[in-house]
Every structure is written in C-alpha cells, then in structure tokens.
Design a protein around this ligand. Structure first.
Ligand code: FUB
Length: 670
C-alpha cells in the first residue's frame, strides 16, 4: 500500500470487495468494485481491453473537491459482459519524471504497433505546474509496462489519444490550450516536426510563466466552447475527431465529433454523440471501438457517486453510423450492452425499460459499490432487463433479493409484463407463526428488510430472452435476481455403462436404489437391533414386486438418499431405502471389513449374509461401524443395505477397508 489514503477503512472495504470480485459483469456501469473514468477501449488479439483512469476518494494532501487519481488499472473482456481486472499497470510513484503525490493520472490511451503496446498517460511533472504526457511500453496489452524516463517533449497537456493510420503512420492528439494534434515519429515517443514557442496565458495571482515549446498544431474547424479529451479514429476511409464539449455557457460536457479526410484536419463539425448527463455530472469522456462487427461508445457517469461528479464509472452503449458516416446520437442506458447469463446476479435495477414511477437508489450511500436497487411502486409496475441467456438452465430455481413493507407478490415473466410466467414469488414480511407447545402465536415482522427468496421455476425461456419483473401486489423493491440449476445429487446410470471403480477413498458410489418405502415412524428411539431385524425381514417379505429400481451414481462419497426421496418418493422424511450394488473381484481379497455410516439406522448384507447392523438413531459418519473380518472371493458379489429413518434426512456411505484401515479399491462395480 503506497498511498496513505489506501489504508483508510473506506478504501480497505473497497479493496476487500475487489478481492472477492476479480470479475465484474455487464450492465452500466460495467466496473462495480472501484471508480473508473475516461475509458479508452481497444481491441487487441480479438479481446477487448479497457484503459480507464482510476478515481479514488480525495487523498490527504490532494486538492479538495477535485479529481484524485494515483494509478491506472487495465481490464479486459471477451464478451463485454465479464470483465477481468488485471490490476495496476502504472502508478504515480513509479513515473521517473512525475510528481509521486500529484494524483493527476488523467485520461490515458494504449495502442499497438509492430507487436509492442504503447501506453500514453498525462501526469503532473516533478516540478512546475500543468501536465505532461508520458509513455510506457509492454509486450502484452495488460503489461508489465516499462516507463520512459522523460515525457514526450512538446505535449504539455492532458488526455492523449493516438491514431495509427492504414500506412502505419501514428498521430497523437491531446488537450492543452484547445485540442492539438501532431504526427508521431516512428519510435512512437517523439513528435515529428518543429516545436513552437507559445506564450503561456497568465493566471490571476500567479507569476508570469516563461513561454513553452509546444509541438503539433491546433485542430481547426472545431466549435467554440470548452473542449478536452480528444479521441480520434478512422472508419471507412474517413477520420473522426471526437471530444467532450461544453456547448453553452454554464453547461456541462456533451460528447461531440467532427470529420475530415485527413488525420490532422481541417475538421468539419458534425454534432453530438451524446448530450449532457441529465444529473449535471460535469465531465464525460469516451472512446469508440468496433468489436465483432458492432461499434460501441465507452463513456463515464457518476452512478456510484451521485453527489460528487469527480468519482465516476465507465458505461457502454451501442453506436450506429448513418450511411453517410455520421453518428446517431447515443442515449445512455442503465442496461448497457452484452448478453448476461441467467446464472449471474442480474442487477435488475439496471433495467432496459420500466413502467412509470419505477425508481432506483443506492443500497448504501456510504459504500456505493454495494450497488443499487429498483422500487416498483404499485400493482402492475414492471421493469424489463434485456438479453438474458437462459440456455444453461435445465432444472432450476430462482433467487430474488427483495424488500417490502407489506406482504406482496411479484412475478418474473418472459418478454413483457403480460408474458409467460417464469416464476411467481410471494413476499411475506408479516406473518403469525404458531409453534407447537407455544400458547400464543407470535408475529414475525420483516418489513423493510432485504430478504432472499428462493422459488421454483414454472417455466424456463429458451435461449436469450428479456426478463420482466412485475409487481402483483403492493410496492416492492428488488436488488437482484439469479437463476440456478439444482445441484445434481445423482446421475442416472444408463444400461450397458462400463463398470466403475470405488473412488480413491474406496467409497462405492454406484447403486441400484429402490423407490423409497414410506414409513410411519414418529421417533427413532425404536431402532433397536431386534426391532430392526424384524422390520427389515418383514419388509423384505412384503416388498412390492413391481417396485421401481433406479441405477444411480453419486457425485459425492455419500448417497444422499433424502434427495433421491425428494425426487422419486412421496416424502423426504420417514422412508425405508433398499439399496443394492453388484461388484466383481478379480482375485480373493482377504482380511477386509465393510465400513459404513448411515443416517439413521441401517443393516448390511453381502451375498445374503448379514455383515453389519448400525442400530439406534445414527448420524452419517464415515466408518461409523465396521463388520468382522471378511474374505471377498474372486468373482461376483451382491452388497445390499436397508436404511431406515423416521423424522430425519437419510444418507449413507460405505467402503471396504484393510487391516490398517486403508481403502480397498481393486474391484469393479457393475
Ligand atoms: O478524469 C480527469 C479529467 O476529467 C479527464 O482527463 C478529462 O477528460 C475529464 O474527463
């Protein structure tokens, strides 16, 4: 930790959050565990890389109410939905020519030329005022980057952007007394052409500054008004110079653009790419990039810091070009871009569309990265979250994080507020609970608290669909929604499947399980050895001839019989399970013991002979009971067990062990 301010509890909280959130996901803003601003997105080797600047809370000694930026991270994504943070690539303490506590690492850029990556960044110099532009190079887009010892001579200013033309010539643009542009030399680190002496404007109350040597030229043809953050690119043979622009006195920044037939202009002003932020967040800063045939606008907004527009977050929306090359104005969305898996946490407050009256708010105003939630004010209110991929949901359920003041109901639907119901959730915040033995019912009141509900799916959309949340009762707030597949406790074993081995610890995981036999047992205290022997003998006599058997394999060492009962029986509790497995020994195995555990009581037979009885109300424990010494003769054997339980969840595990307690694994299970 190099910055004192990083040790504040505020920052440590974010750090902890980021350790658990190496990957972030789609929806605007796209990075949700730290502030990110001034995004430059580039496609390198088919992957999208994001080079933003990194806003942090104002550090000790740094200018109050101002930008505070001490380092740069790089992020990358393969689908615009899941972003990986590759960590810090350049830090202010490491810049040889920079002020180690300048906190002025503003908008950067990164380009690739001849297999080398050039990272351009503005920074406060060690001495003197203003900014200079530095370079760091790397063999990979995510670093490590080697810093040059000096900034680029003649580029005093901020917000560098580099365009590499089709013939390999490179041009750099930056903001400093207007927007300037210059050709770069082949080494990508020096301006081509003469420097000019420019008289520095005198700041009130400051001593006069000596004239400065500045390279390049003013970009001609741009509109009047404050401009910064140039981003240049080429598309279909035309050059675009795009820039944040304050179009009127007292206004805030729009994103605007001009076009030209040559990289350094003159430019023809074309208009806006994005209008001012509705909440008057003063800055905007951007880049445009084509990824897999679609153009995207990366920009920033202060979503996670509504009362401070110097802590910003990167967003993405789609861009459309008209046939004449002009750009259609982009309306910022909450939803952003990219397809999101139904199994991710879907922050539905980032909706694509919503009915009137739906509002969003931060979950916690002190820790903004705890995200936002949306509130549906009344029956019939809805919000749509577009492009959810349901294709991986096979046998699922949905979890919803909700809050309400009164008992209410909501539905998840496909496509529209009247669409097919995916799931229906009752939100019970106030209820009377009667407990046996308690004289009066007590009241549970969870109004105003976040609850995580789990409800089964009534229907699963096919492929990619829009998810709609509708309020079916009184007001309800929703933080997130997430679908899950049920854990697979058993895999059915198809006929003619090759034989299996016990697992490395000797546990036998493949069994024939008879459909559970319901038992009316109120208490397990009756599981004495005589009761068990008699019951199992009687039950065996009256086994239904047509009882169904299921060949099952367990992914875990124990057979979770209650899960089997949930699916194939009439009740999860109060069952007798008959289980059988057939195994082949290729040689005699002597001095082995059967070691088993069950929840509750169980009895074990090999080739019809009783070998072990676990009486009483047992908990399943590995090797809870062991048989006497056995010899497993070469050839085929049948191992059978009966597990019985009253008011409890049954499971069992079994293996053979040798004299030292080591597992026996040299037999084949049919
Ligand atoms: O992020 C600091 C500065 O704010 C950028 O360099 C400008 O473009 C503006 O976004």
């Amino acid at each position: 930790m190099r910055h004192q301010q990083l040790l504040s509890p505020y920052y440590l909280f974010f750090l902890a959050l980021s350790l658990f959130a190496e990957r972030t996901s789609a929806q605007n803003p796209i990075i949700r565990d730290q502030f990110t601003a001034d995004p430059t997105a580039r496609v390198f080797n088919g992957r999208i890389y994001l080079y933003p600047s990194h806003d942090i809370p104002v550090a000790e000694g740094a200018r109050k109410d101002w930008f505070c930026m001490a380092d740069y991270h790089v992020f990358s994504s393969d689908n615009l939905t899941d972003w990986t943070d590759h960590g810090v690539i350049v830090s202010q303490e490491d810049v040889p020519w920079g002020n180690p506590s300048g906190y002025a690492m503003w908008a950067p850029d990164c380009v690739e030329k001849d297999g080398k990556y050039y990272f351009y960044f503005p920074n406060a110099p060690k001495s003197g005022r203003g900014f200079a532009i530095g370079v760091a190079t790397s063999d990979l887009p995510d670093g490590p980057f080697r810093l040059e010892s000096k900034p680029i001579v003649g580029t005093s200013g901020i917000d560098p952007s580099v365009l590499i033309d089709d013939d390999g010539s490179a041009y750099i643009y930056w903001s400093g007394m207007g927007i300037r542009g210059a050709k770069l030399k082949n080494n990508m680190m020096e301006l081509d052409g003469e420097l000019q002496e420019v008289k520095m404007p005198r700041r009130e109350g400051m001593p006069e500054m000596p004239p400065m040597k500045v390279g390049g030229q003013q970009m001609e043809g741009l509109p009047e008004g404050f401009k910064e953050g140039p981003f240049a690119f080429k598309r279909a043979g035309r050059y675009y110079l795009t820039f944040p622009w304050v179009r009127e006195e007292g206004g805030t920044e729009t994103l605007a653009y001009a076009m030209s037939d040559s990289p350094l202009g003159p430019w023809t002003f074309k208009g806006l790419i994005m209008a001012e932020h509705a909440n008057r967040c003063w800055t905007n800063h951007h880049s445009l990039v084509e990824f897999r045939g679609q153009w995207y606008l990366f920009y920033h907004h202060n979503d996670f810091s509504p009362n401070d527009d110097k802590r910003r977050s990167v967003c993405i929306d789609k861009v459309t070009f008209n046939a004449d090359g002009t750009i259609q104005e982009v309306k910022p969305t909450l939803r952003g871009v990219g397809i999101i898996s139904a199994t991710s946490r879907i922050e539905v407050d980032r909706y694509s569309a919503a009915s009137e009256g739906v509002t969003t708010a931060l979950n916690d105003t002190v820790y903004p990265f705890l995200g936002l939630h949306a509130s549906l004010p009344k029956k019939g209110s809805w919000m749509t979250f577009g492009d959810v991929d349901f294709s991986m949901i096979t046998d699922g359920y949905v979890m919803l994080c909700v809050k309400a003041d009164e008992n209410t109901e909501l539905t998840l639907r496909e496509k529209s507020a009247k669409g097919k119901v995916i799931a229906r959730a009752k939100v019970t915040v106030k209820s009377e609970i009667t407990r046996p033995g308690m004289p009066t019912p007590f009241r549970r009141d969870q109004s105003g608290q976040w609850l995580t509900l789990t409800v089964p799916l009534d229907y699963t959309p096919k492929g990619i669909a829009d998810l709609v949340v509708t309020c079916e009762g009184t007001a309800v707030s929703v933080d997130w929604v997430q679908l899950r597949n049920r854990q697979q406790y058993f895999t059915p074993v198809a006929k003619n499947t090759a034989s299996a081995k016990p697992d490395e610890h000797g546990f036998i995981r493949r069994w024939q399980l008879m459909e559970p036999q319901k038992q009316d047992i109120r208490s397990n205290v009756i599981f004495t050895d005589s009761w068990l022997r008699k019951t199992f003998a009687d039950e065996l006599d009256k086994l239904p001839k047509k009882a169904k058997w299921y060949a099952m394999e367990s992914p875990t060492y124990n057979m979770k019989l209650f899960r089997f009962a949930e699916k194939y029986g009439s009740q999860a509790y109060g069952n007798l399970f008959w289980c059988e497995t057939v195994f082949d020994c290729t040689e005699d195995i002597s001095d082995v013991r059967l070691a088993a555990g069950s929840n509750g009581a169980s009895m074990w037979w090999i080739d019809g002979q009783e070998v072990l009885l676990l009486e009483g109300d047992r908990r399943m424990v590995v090797d809870d009971g062991v048989s006497h010494r056995l010899t497993l003769k070469k050839g085929r054997h049948t191992l059978r067990c009966a597990v019985i339980n009253g008011p409890g969840l049954s499971d069992m595990c079994v293996r053979f062990i040798d004299e030292q307690g080591k597992p026996i694994t040299n037999f084949n299970i049919q």
